[in-house]
Design a protein around this ligand. Sequence first.
Ligand code: UD1
Length: 415
Amino acid sequence: MDEFVIDGGRRLRGTTRINGSKNAGLPILIATLLTDDPCIIDNVPRLRDIRTTVRLLETLGKKVVWSKKKVTITHAKQLSTHAPYDIVKQMRASILVAGPLLARFNKVRVSLPGGCAIGLRPVDIHVVGLEAMGAKSTTTEGDIVLNGQLKPSKVKFRFPSVGATENIMMAAAAIEGKTVITNAAREPEIEDLADFLNSLGARVTGAGSSKITVEGKQKLHGAKHKVIADRIETGTLLLAVAAAGGDVILKDARTEHLTALIKALKKAGAKITPTKNGLRVQASGRPKAVSVTTEPHPGFPTDVQAPYMAYMSIAKGEARIREAIFERRFLHAAELARMGARVAVSGDAAFITGVENLSGAAVMASDIRAGAGLIVAALAAKGRTVIGRVYHIDRGYEQIEKVLRKLGANIRRLR
Ligand code: UD1
């Protein structure tokens, strides 16, 4: 298992381009199941989760050619409607095949993903949504089985789940008629998926708001699409620079995708200014403590909560972070404590009393973003940090050590 060795205390300087978004790339690749025509998806990050998605598409019957950032998906054989456990257990987003396959073939069988390090993560909102469109569901041998001919419907979510919104949008795109989703998720990745579904021939309006209308078509055609820049990679790098010190330009970063984080960073003292095609971040010494609560978009993103906690660990004063999306997304707190952070967790809140310096230690990544949090802490800390279980980080960040090294960090991968 790979490790990262980071000697902290170096300022970050220079320019880097943000990679394509993992969380937009995944559903868009899965949406190619909606057509037998070829699709070309560009700006796809080279990540473990994308590799898992490619394997999932191949298992279901697609031919996939991945060259650099471009993925070409063509029809190879009659699609299977069964997503097996050995893939689903590696990537929970596999549940997204349910909507498109059910809409096209009136049946689908997907292994239930089970819980994970950050929470229980049930799929009830996906299932209730598909049931509202006419599906019947049963659970057998650990799989969820859905049957029935879907009809355009009104689907109202109890919570704006990102994955469930994507699943229902894809299902609705493949059936004739108008489906309306209310209390839909508003994340930028939903808008990117909507753009792709529109280029396949569906008509999706309202994406980015909490009411999305999908006018589907029984037969969709192939399309080309370029995936948006990854706002979570952007957020992680903003926090890395703000915590470690320095001055960096992030090309392709989109300010409007990260307003809540940028507001908190500015309050804490970092300077963030838009550039022609991205943004510039300049650190300004020890941050002020600023409390935040994670929320569905456009609120503060749960996916940068761990890097933000690392940043607040060296702030002046006490910050409170409330995690309102996942039940147990504070595993990084104990690892940060090994580096000298003063964090107390009580229920869904973490209280961080900033210290002047963190110190390097041996720590372990428990999930993608917790790992990113440890990187931010290590870059700001005095001394050497060794981060174990880097495979978690590799699921969501494309060669982050190379990106950071280019900006002046002292980080290397031990294989
Ligand atoms: C997506 C992102 C993930 C991000 C999350 C929240 C991808 C591939 N992943 O995950 O990085 O952290 O959004 O912004 O895009 N829930 C239920 N029942 C359901 C579905 C969700 O109770 O059927 C709960 C979850 O357990 C969680 C919350 O709702 O507590 C948010 O989940 P959701 O928005 O669905 O996140 P994902 O799509 O899994």
